[in-house]
Design a protein around this ligand. Structure first.
Ligand code: PFF
Length: 487
């Protein structure tokens, strides 16, 4: 129930949640970030670790979030409060919901800037603005694009506007309707682009780069990046998935739906790699180029090929749509909270959210020009938003949620909500109690600079630690639960 006493709205179609959650998961993270960090951290070995992180941490956390949303039928704050109250626990736990909602908002504040790059490159491709540009000029074009706050701000304002228009139309009419054509369109464009890549001459090298496992090429830093990226790419601990879960009908299977979203997200990331790297290799460019891979190397590579402008435009159209289906999910938590708690209509809640978002994202946008020198500890505002959310808030929110579900709440709550058979349920429980928390703690140890965790050297120690924690945890958890309920 929503706070207003109205029954909560639900997805209209059978595919509503699947498409919307996949739309949230598939975004700049898959098409912009995944290929460049794969390039930076050495290809196949990174991909393998990333897949392990998705399975061991991403999937259990996502199931937990959806279950919180559906059980509590509200925004992250309201849903978590209701679920903990049902187990007789303190409403203070809803702070996790506050952090998630804030995190989604902060991610969007820098996300619209990168999405704005994508829209501006789509425009450049369509209008022939990049024709005849050389390698050196490409970096200058990217620099000039960022240097002008009016045009850069214009593009991010466009993304903010489109996001708020869709969200303002509501869950069924806005979000569900838009993803129901954007997601199939996106997959179709990706398939066409892979087809183009196959004939580019670099396809074999791309496959080799993405799928051949060279153990020595992976650093500990790469492993941490893989874990952090698992959170980002599945939109975890940002309120998006939890809020979408609050519209999920009771009879849908959370386990199966989560697996489908995770598989779809991973397949799209790999497909994006298969669309991008052939073009890069065919032109003899460096796959480890970093964040500029998509906005400098790729447009240049497209320009150099027959029909390249057409496919280049298709690529940036796909990227822009992927960004939009993600950005709408990031504000849904805030808009839904305002509607449920402040008695606002959906339209006014969206516009109010949009105005605050616009102000903060403008500050993030200024990090590339006028505010480039406004730094604290060497990071500008844009970098801080990225660092705080992906290094701290997402892992911390994920940790809070799995510990809450694994140790604090009554076990019937999640057994009932997840509706799993005994074996998958036990597996989920082992993951949320031990594997996911330990994985997340490793991120913190590294982020605090306490210790450089070298996975390659320390994996036997880490495995032994995991077993030890699990044995001790299982021995004390009934007593812990008793102590908590006696309070
Ligand atoms: N999953 C999105 C991507 O990979 O681009 C990013 C994202 C969406 C993060 C929604 C957080 C969020 F709430």
């Amino acid at each position: 129930m929503a706070s207003s006493g109205q029954p909560r709205i639900q997805w209209l179609g059978r595919w509503g949640f699947m498409l919307a959650a996949t739309g949230s998961a598939v975004g700049l993270g898959n098409i912009w970030k995944f290929p460049y960090i794969t390039g930076e951290y050495g290809g196949g070995a990174f991909v393998l670790v990333y897949l392990a992180c998705i399975l061991a941490v991403g999937v259990p956390v996502m199931m937990t979030e959806i279950a919180f949303g559906r059980r509590g039928r509200g925004s992250p704050i309201d849903a978590i409060r209701r679920v903990v109250n049902e187990s007789g626990r303190s409403s203070m736990w809803s702070l996790i919901g506050w952090m998630a909602m804030l995190c989604g908002f902060m991610v969007l504040s820098f996300y619209v800037v990168v999405a704005g790059w994508s829209f501006s490159y789509l425009w450049k491709m369509l209008t022939g603005g990049l024709a005849g540009t050389s390698v050196d000029e490409m970096a200058a074009v990217f620099g000039a694009n960022n240097a002008n706050p009016i045009t850069l701000g214009g593009w991010s304002t466009l993304v903010t506007l489109l996001t708020m228009i869709i969200v303002g139309k509501g869950v069924q009419e806005g979000i569900e309707k838009s993803v129901s054509w954007m997601m199939p369109g996106l997959v179709l464009m990706l398939v066409l682009l892979i087809g183009f890549g196959m004939f580019s001459g670099g396809f074999g090298d791309a496959v080799d780069f993405l799928f051949s496992f060279k153990a020595g090429s992976l650093s500990s830093e790469g492993m941490l990046a893989a874990l952090g990226h698992a959170f980002f790419t599945l939109s975890l601990a940002s309120g998006a998935i939890l809020t979408y879960g609050s519209y999920l009908p009771k009879d849908a299977s959370i386990g199966r739906t989560t697996l489908s979203v995770a598989v779809a997200d991973t397949v799209v990331a790999l497909m994006a790699g298969l669309a991008i790297f052939p073009v890069i290799f065919a032109n003899g460019m460096d796959p480890g180029e970093g964040p500029g891979l998509l906005f400098m190397s790729l447009p240049l590579a497209f320009q150099a090929m027959p029909l390249g402008t057409l496919f280049g435009a298709l690529f940036f159209l796909m990227l822009s749509m992927a960004a939009l289906t993600s950005s709408i999910s990031m504000v849904e938590a805030t808009v839904s909270w305002l509607c449920d708690n402040k008695g606002m209509s959906r339209k006014s809640a969206s516009w109010a959210t949009g105005i605050v978002l616009w102000l903060i994202s403008t500050l993030a946008m200024l990090s590339f020009n006028l505010g480039a020198d406004w730094t604290l500890a060497g990071k500008n505002f844009f970098d801080w938003l990225d660092y705080l959310t992906s290094r701290w808030m997402m892992p911390l929110g994920g940790l809070g949620m799995v510990l809450l579900a694994g140790f604090v709440l009554k076990s019937e709550t999640f057994r009932d909500e997840l509706g799993l058979a005994p074996l998958p349920y036990t597996l989920w429980l082992a993951m949320v109690r031990y594997v996911s928390p330990l994985g997340i703690l490793v991120i913190f140890v590294d982020a605090l600079g306490l210790y450089q965790v070298s996975f390659a050297a320390h994996w036997p120690v880490l495995l032994a630690l995991l077993v030890l924690v699990a044995v001790v945890g299982e021995a004390i958890s009934p007593r812990l639960r008793q102590a908590l309920s006696a309070r």
